[in-house]
Design a protein around this ligand. Structure first.
Ligand code: HEC
Length: 152
């Protein structure tokens, strides 16, 4: 019987080792860690931005997905499109930011960004970021949604 128990213990240890091996590579950074490492420097902990340089995202960014071009803009903007994050990480961090910083401004029934969607939008380069943002801000204002003031 001693032998049988030893076999069971060995099998359990092997199973445990396999589980640990599975878990290790899956330990990716959380969205808040991704934000801190890649975005925080410009957007700050509370997404207030830097007056005159970086617009406030808090209580503002959630308005953009109310129109299709605005939904695309949140990915096309250079700080997002050119970030070192892959498409899945980008979708994850954007969804986390929207939920955390601008939940009340989101359209009803908002569908979170997917990696495939990020891939599509990301391929499109904005010719003029400031002008694109201005046009979107105007379109949103006409619908009663006021995004944060531009940085310049
Ligand atoms: C070097 C500074 C910088 C970094 C780093 C940065 N951003 Fe930005 N971000 C800006 C500026 C400036 C704007 C305003 C648009 C523009 O001029 O590019 C902006 C705009 C945005 C917008 C659009 C909101 C709006 O109101 O225009 C989103 C969404 C955004 N950033 C997300 C991110 C995410 C996510 C990261 C990290 C992966 C990030 N940014 C990293 C500077 C930065």
């Amino acid at each position: 019987m001693r032998r049988a128990r030893a076999t069971t213990v060995t099998a359990m240890l092997a199973a445990l080792a396999a589980l640990v091996a599975l878990q290790m590579p899956a330990r990716a950074e959380s969205p808040s860690e991704l934000y801190t490492l890649n975005c925080w420097g410009c957007h700050s902990a509370n997404a207030r931005g830097i007056p005159g340089t970086v617009p406030r995202l808090a209580h503002s960014m959630g308005y953009f997905p109310r129109i299709p071009a605005g939904r695309a803009y949140l990915v096309e903007v250079p700080g997002v499109a050119n970030s070192p994050l892959d498409d899945a990480q980008t979708a994850m961090v954007l969804n986390w930011m929207l939920e955390r910083f601008s939940k009340n401004e989101l359209p009803p029934g908002f569908k979170p960004y997917t990696a495939a969607e990020v891939k599509t939008y990301r391929a499109h380069r904005l010719e003029n970021v400031i002008e694109t943002r201005r046009v979107l801000a105007r379109e949103l204002a006409a619908r009663g949604f006021k995004v944060a003031a531009p940085q310049k």
